[in-house]
Design a protein around this ligand. Structure first.
Ligand code: ADP
Ligand code: MG
Length: 399
């Protein structure tokens, strides 16, 4: 029998994460081949590296070493633009938490990938409506995600994954947040998509869900500990005939406009909030200071508090200005700079501050959070008084 080149082929792939001083090797050495038309379940305990593997497979992330070939083509060395094109045209992503855009309706959410691909409005809309109908959501076209059930949101996200005619579907715990009936519906849809010839990879920790695929790959601590075929592939027979979901809408060059309009809408939703917050603060301070009849000492007190928040406090950041994308790689702003500043006669107090993103996990729910570290004069610099408890001193900071 002649062996075909696998569709996806990971060879000796390593992925490490640096968090603070620690190095965490999530995938020590992953070697895995997936052929066209397969329906694969990836199972394993929480934290075993399933999502990390999916992000690598979908080109959302890059391996630290090793080789990754898609259709025989090495992707490790592709440029960011080529990777983005590959992602956009070949992969459809489905996530546990749907990741829909909250201020866009169901139909508009489905259209998003086609906007970035530069498809004109009419064919784009027609195709999105078609997908919406196939997934039984026609009467929900204009509903915002918040007004849809979990199962409906997941179906919208599947339609979005199909919008650009992806031939590889990556679904990371797609049924994890759903009741069992909606979960079964979603699984039926994924099975159908596979039967039409799409290669599907599904992460789950539900063995019943895994059993409905054709191959179960089990991973533990980033290593494959089991890989077995559980059923014959159904996709093979129809590989050459594109299924009814496959879209090949005509291309267009005018992509700038709808994409920027969408970005503007997203920005505006937040801009307005920012503006209103600022307005509130300004009105608040101004009205307190201008109240007639307020005692002189009270007035001084308020003025002192306002002052402590701002005008005589200077923040020093690395980088050219806000949004300098190089800022995080600048290593020349160091703690001894703070000590030097502290010795200047015109400086009252100095504190260093650092922040990093951390991942919080409770069972199978992840959340991104910020962890901050500050110096012993942090409260004084920011004019904050400790109401209870103890703050750390110089020895704590040193240690
Ligand atoms: P799973 O999906 O199997 O639950 P993940 O692939 O999400 O596991 O995570 C595997 C390990 O890698 C976890 O210990 C997690 O904390 C760590 N990890 C994942 N992504 C990052 C990251 N961006 N930075 C640091 N650590 C990470
Ligand atoms: Mg995960």
């Amino acid at each position: 029998m002649m062996m075909r080149e696998p569709l996806l082929k990971l060879k000796h792939v390593t992925r490490r994460f640096r968090s603070g001083a620690r190095d965490l090797t999530v995938l020590p050495e992953m070697t895995l081949s997936i052929h066209k038309g397969e329906f694969v379940a990836i199972v394993g305990p929480s934290g075993s590296g399933k999502s990390t593997l999916m992000q690598l497979l979908g080109c959302l992330d890059r391996a630290d070493s090793g080789s990754y070939r898609i259709d025989g083509r090495e992707v490790q060395t592709l440029s960011a633009d080529d990777l983005a094109r590959l992602r956009r045209e070949r992969f459809g992503f489905v996530f546990q938490r749907y990741h829909l855009i909250a201020h866009l309706g169901a139909l508009e959410n489905i259209e998003v990938p086609a906007i970035y691909r530069g498809i004109r409005r009419e064919p784009r809309r027609a195709h999105a409506l078609d997908l919406l109908a196939r997934l039984g959501l026609t009467d929900r076209a204009n509903h915002l995600p918040g007004a849809l059930s979990g199962g409906q949101q997941q179906r919208v996200s599947i339609a979005r994954a199909l919008m650009n005619g992806a031939d590889i579907i990556l679904a990371d715990e797609p049924t994890g947040a759903l009741d069992s009936e909606s979960g079964r519906d979603v699984l039926t849809i994924l099975r159908e998509l596979n039967a039409q010839g799409r290669t599907s990879i599904l992460v789950t920790h539900d063995m019943q869900v895994a059993a409905s695929t054709h191959r179960i790959v089990e991973i533990r601590e980033g290593r494959i500990v089991g890989d077995r075929i559980v059923a014959e592939r159904s996709g093979q027979a129809r590989l050459s005939s594109p299924g009814p979901f496959v879209a090949r809408p005509s291309q267009s060059t005018q992509r700038g406009f709808p994409a920027s309009r969408m970005a503007w809408r997203a920005l505006f939703a937040r801009k307005l909030r920012t503006l209103l917050t600022m307005l509130g603060v300004v009105i608040g301070i101004a009205s307190v200071l201008s109240v007639v009849g307020i005692g002189e000492s009270t007035r001084r007190d308020v003025a002192r508090q306002v002052t402590s928040l701002g005008p005589n406090t200077i923040d020093v950041y690395p980088g050219k200005d806000w949004g300098d994308s190089q800022a995080s790689s600048i290593k020349t702003l160091v703690p001894s700079d703070a000590e030097l500043l502290q010795r200047q006669s015109y400086v009252d107090s100095v504190t260093t501050e650092t922040r990093c993103a951390v991942l919080l996990r409770y069972r199978n729910v992840d959340a991104n959070a910020q962890a901050g570290g500050v110096g012993e004069y942090f409260l004084r610099v920011h004019g904050i008084e400790l109401t209870a408890g103890a703050f750390f001193g110089s020895r704590d900071v040193q240690r």
